[in-house]
Design a protein around this ligand. Structure first.
Ligand SMILES: C[S@@+](CC[C@H](N)C(=O)[O-])C[C@H]1O[C@@H](n2cnc3c(N)ncnc32)[C@H](O)[C@@H]1O
Length: 746
């Protein structure tokens, strides 16, 4: 696993530290560096012997000098600085609260969720010492053990370890890993400072330093190499920051934007269409930071599965396997950021036992915003591969019900796998197109999560293919689908739910079309919803209230945006909605009455008046026939309908096997279900076949399975023969049938 940016802790970036810039300037100018904290701060707490210290220093020293030339003493001081910073951070209240009028229980839960829990520190390969110390820690009464019987809730959400103690213990146990991490952090900080310097330089208006990005003939031409291209990008961005002073008189802003966009496409490999779309989200400087951030991977994060373990135990187990990790940030108490691993994280015994799931940090956020409660009925509309479903299940402590739906069958299989591995027992998987299936098939949920399919512009660092694969059509079709899904999500929620009535909409995309514009659309279509606070505090940035001349609801600021270059997480959007009343019948895609489980629903035929909210594209079965999504009331069990579905599925299954369904299913004795099926299919045929002697029938069927056409022919011939059979012949036939029956019995 690489270091560098990956090592940067997730969370809001710290404010610009001027001293770093001064330090770097001095270093560049060859002036001696002073590390005031290194001098001033003697080591406060020493958890290791001097011998250990020396060993570690020896290992760490070359890296340090490589990283920034700082002596070891300075690194120690920096380490202390980091610990001090952490302690100071711990003292700060966590700025996350849910200001909504939810009941006390929910508040309690969210308090827990965002509680000041950040106990586990870094890990390394020094497992022996670490194990000893961690056992000491467990014996220590001062450490709050969440597994205590007095706190059943804490037992489940067992990350309530004593922060400082746990952190120090793990720090001691993992000092080598910590040193490495600190080195990398320092390096990253130095890189950041360098970048800031560059950016500051960009903004500096030095007389006579006017970059000439267009060249002598006023034409941009081809940049000779990538380094120069990058230089031209930064120069152009600098000019755009102060066009009046730095721009050429004969060039407009549009000329510069055009130039920089072309260069960005060449340098980073975007299509012009997408580069422009992303560029328009930010100031030129920030757009550059965004494009840059998309070139580096986000930190590897795992989520503790609290249905199986707690974060401290998991951290300890993984540290013992050579994993260097620490809590992902104050905002989560189940996430662990992994810096280094001696073992593949997807194959450890803990992974296989379902103690954790590899999950991007930003993926935690929609579930935290939804805050599902124990015993609720919750729908995860687009659930595969199940990172959020399984988190929801854990928050609900395996109580209530989670319907985890996904339209893709292969992906639903992965979802089932994760559900099993993580031990989620309150989850039912369905495989339907959520646009039309909900609330028709089932509704009345307390909460619905729609983690919508999207263009993926927030995860370009993971999937660089997005840079070239998404075109204008995608940015029309995908938001269209998102709107349909969100309307269905809203209609599937029980507005009168005592504990909930919430919908969370999220995407891993940063474009406005897929986020604010979708929310704005549903606000217009559903007057019975309102935007509410996500409860995610100040983490992230507020959603846009206007974009390129479009105005959005003022409450859009309550929605949250996350960016790779700001929070060092995947680009993400989270919006929480509260349903305040029933959807008017004229607006709902299906009638909303009686959506409670087990109750027969009234006709769901009420078609939407809104073209966009109701997808009229028929959903095709595997055999290509359109499913009946219209008409028919939803009852507890529609036996005929179910039977027909079962029959159809069986026929499809046989066809896939290369068998003629009629041939196989017309064997009543061999397959009970098949005979039942035949009843509904072709009773007449069944009757005439029944008259035939048993043995003959089975003999006749065999070739039919292999050669359907020939079999058909012979079956027809058989029918024809029957009409002319005389009584004598019939007797003979019966006799021979009896004989052969006896033979076969023998
Ligand atoms: C962003 S992914 C969901 C990720 C998932 N929530 C998680 O955390 O693991 C979007 C999912 O939507 C599914 N999907 C696409 N169209 C759908 C539809 N019409 N109905 C239901 N699911 C759909 C895709 O198969 C895909 O798995």
């Amino acid at each position: 696993m690489g270091v560098g940016r990956r090592m940067i802790k997730q969370g809001p970036p710290p404010p610009l530290d001027e001293s770093k810039i001064t330090m770097l300037k001095k270093r560049k100018a060859g002036e001696p560096e002073i590390a005031p904290k290194a001098k001033a701060a003697p080591a406060k707490k020493r958890r290791r012997s001097d011998a250990d210290e020396q060993t570690t220093s020896k290992k760490a020293a070359p890296k340090k000098s490589k990283a920034n030339g700082a002596p070891n003493g300075s690194a120690k001081a920096d380490k202390k600085k980091v610990v001090e910073k952490k302690v100071a951070e711990k003292k700060k209240p966590v700025p996350m609260s849910d200001s909504e009028d939810e009941d006390e229980e929910m508040e309690e839960m969210e308090d827990d969720e965002f509680g000041d829990l950040d106990g586990v520190s870094d890990g390394s390969l020094d497992s022996d010492e670490g194990v000893g110390r961690l056992s000491d820690l467990e014996d220590d009464d001062s450490v709050i053990d969440s597994d205590g019987d007095d706190h059943p809730r804490e037992t489940m959400f067992s990350d309530d370890e004593d922060l400082s103690d746990a952190e120090e213990q793990l720090t001691a146990a993992n000092i080598e890993g910590l040193s490495r991490k600190l080195d990398a952090e320092q390096q990253a900080e130095a890189e950041e400072a360098e970048q800031e310097l560059q950016e500051a330089a960009m903004q500096t208006n030095i007389a006579g330093d006017r970059p000439d990005v267009f060249g002598q003939d006023g034409q941009p031409g081809l940049a000779p190499d990538l380094q120069l291209l990058r230089q031209r990008i930064t120069d152009t961005i600098r000019i755009l920051g102060d066009l009046k002073t730095l721009g050429q008189a004969d060039k407009s802003r549009a000329d510069y934007v055009d130039l920089v966009l072309n260069d960005i496409c060449t340098y980073y490999g975007y299509t012009r269409y997408l580069a422009e779309k992303l560029w328009n989200l930010f100031t030129p400087m920030e757009a550059f930071a965004f494009f840059e951030a998309n070139e580096t991977p986000r930190p590897v994060v795992i989520r503790t599965n609290t249905l199986r373990t707690n974060r401290r135990s998991l951290a300890q187990a993984l540290i013992n396997r050579g994993v260097v990790l620490e809590p992902v940030g104050k905002w989560s108490k189940v996430g662990l950021q992994v810096f280094e691993s001696a073992v593949p994280l997807g194959a450890t015994p803990e992974y296989l036992a379902g103690h954790y799931i590899l999950q991007a940090a930003s993926s935690f956020l929609p579930v935290m915003a939804l805050a599902p409660q124990p015993n609720e009925r919750v729908l995860d509309m687009a659930a595969a591969p199940g990172g959020k479903t399984t988190y929801m299940s854990a928050l609900m402590r395996n109580t209530g019900t989670v319907i985890a739906n996904d339209a893709s069958k292969p992906r639903a299989k992965g979802l089932i796998g994760n559900i099993h591995r993580l031990g989620c027992k309150n989850t039912i998987v369905t495989n339907m197109d959520a646009r039309t299936a909900f609330p028709k098939a089932i509704g009345g949920f307390d909460r619905v999560l729609l983690d919508a399919p999207c263009t993926g512009t927030g995860v370009i660092s993971k999937d660089a293919g997005v840079k070239t694969s998404k075109d204008e059509r995608d940015f029309l079709a995908i938001p269209h689908m998102q709107r349909q899904l969100l309307l269905a999500a809203i209609d599937s929620v029980d507005h009168s739910s005592k504990t909930g009535g919430y919908i969370v909409y999220s995407t891993c995309s940063v474009t406005v079309e897929e986020n604010e514009a979708v929310v704005q659309y549903v606000l217009r279509k559903r007057p019975n919803i309102k935007i509410v606070d996500t409860g995610l505090g100040d983490f992230g940035s507020p959603g846009f209230t206007s974009y390129m001349g479009k105005k959005f609801d003022a409450k859009m600021t309550m929605t949250r945006r996350y960016f790779p270059h700001r929070e060092n997480v995947d680009g993400f959007y989270v919006c929480k909605l509260k349903k305040t009343g029933p959807t008017p019948v004229t607006q709902s895609s299906t009638t909303e009455t009686s959506t409670k489980p087990g109750r027969a629903r009234s006709s769901s035929k009420t078609e939407s008046t809104d073209d966009e909210s109701y997808d009229k594209t028929p959903i095709l079965d595997e055999d290509g026939s359109a499913q009946d999504h219209e008409g028919g009331s939803f009852g507890p069990f529609a036996e005929d309908e179910d039977q027909e579905r079962i029959n159809r599925a069986e026929r499809n299954r046989l066809r896939r096997k290369g068998l003629n369904p009629k041939g196989v299913l017309n064997k009543p004795k061999k397959n009970k279900d098949a005979s039942a099926l035949k009843d509904t299919e072709n009773p007449k045929e069944e009757k005439s076949e029944a008259k035939k002697p048993e043995v003959k029938k089975s003999e006749a069927k065999k070739p039919e399975e292999k050669k359907p056409e020939a079999a058909k022919k012979s079956s027809n011939e058989g029918k024809g023969e029957k009409k002319t059979v005389t009584k004598g012949e019939e007797k003979k036939e019966k006799k021979s049938a009896k004989k052969s029956a006896k033979k076969s019995a023998k």
